[in-house]
Ligand binder design. Sequence first.
Ligand code: GDP
Ligand code: MG
Length: 445
Amino acid sequence: VLADLGSKLSQTLKKITSASKIDDVFLTEVLNEITMALLSADVKFEHVARLTTSVRTQVTLFMKKEGKYTNMKKIIRQTVVEELTNILNTEKTPYEFKRGKSQVVMFVGLQGAGKTTTTTKFAYHYIRKGWKVALVCCDTWRAGAFDQLQQNAAKIRCAFYGNPKEKNPVTIASEGVEIFKQEKYEIIIVDTSGRHMQEDKLFEEMKEINEAIDPEENVFVMDGSIGQACYDQALAFRSAVNVGSVIITKLDGHAKGGGALSAVAATDSPIIFLGVGETFDDLEPFEPKSFIKRLLGLGDISSLFKTVSDAIPKEKQTELAKTLKEGKFTLRNMKDQFQSVLNMGSLGTVMSMIPGMNSNMIPKGKEKEASARIKKFLYMMDSMTEAELDSLKPLNPSRIRRIARGSGTSISEVSQLIEEYKRFSKMVGKMSNMQDPKAMAEMQR
Ligand code: GDP
Ligand code: MG
């Protein structure tokens, strides 16, 4: 089994960071490592060649200017990030929905990839933005497929069509699409079956449905945790139907995600969303640069801000932005942060976006414990006075004792919270220094 692309690349980058000197031999060595890692993930050779050429060009330019190899690490890292981002920035753009028009999207992918879950997340995403959305279930293969999507649709209050008595998926798809077009639904999402064993049959059926309903867009859903198999799978789907865009699922917890590069390389299609959990709002809009930085373990502030700002009420956002800019961070700020982290659901994802931390810090299965810990912290902060929450000064022992008593916790637990707070505020101080104006602007929008 091959190691994941992301961990291989981040290992190489770490090697660059810790190198005592960067010379031609070293450069050749790291470029070879990167080349091997990318090729073994089936990233196209032309992309790989462009990356290595580009790094060499940047290094040469830099040498001409500076005459020595110092400060070179940053240039190499930046160029690698840029070039990997370029691979994900396909020329093809995803379909854009138009208001007041019926548009059909068909979801394809192997069984278990997360299609049904993702159709629901996708529907929910647009429903929340005020679109008129409908779901059609034409998986006649898996027992329970009809119930699964019907129940999902009910949970998000989405229109639904399916027919458990009909065995022909083409008939169901055509009927459903017809009905919803007449009822002037704007986004009609068709969930198909994906079966493992009889692949030929899967592709045949998919083609037939595709011809019958002629969708505006085919979305290929791929399990991001399958690693090496990504390329062939994506290629097979692409040659059967015209894949327009890609959604990679299961990138929560121990996200690998190197397969994303392969999937894009195989389909020449952009990734539009990432699935990051099992609940219906665990769908993240895809941003190539953030994704690459996270893949490489470089952390990504702008994406953290975006996630945080999505979860924090508008009126609190400017407050937080100001706090971060000033590098001032109160217990109240931390309380808001913790609250929104809990609201966001998947702790691992949030952690992986904080520089210097990664999703491994919360091992799989430990997320519940981490949530419980945060909840406990919140109880303690609920027992604090307004002045304590807003103060930038450390709390004295008698206050700590009172807070412990008030929240039913111990003095050592409250002390832990204070330690955690100190660590956070130090980090915020650092963040405010390296803040890029674009991320701030985005957040304040
Ligand atoms: P389908 O066979 O392609 O329709 O796949 P399903 O939508 O039924 O999903 C298969 C399993 O994967 C279910 O248990 C889902 O809850 C799970 N799943 C789907 N998307 C995600 C995701 O983004 N993260 C996680 N952790 N699980 C997911
Ligand atoms: Mg399904």
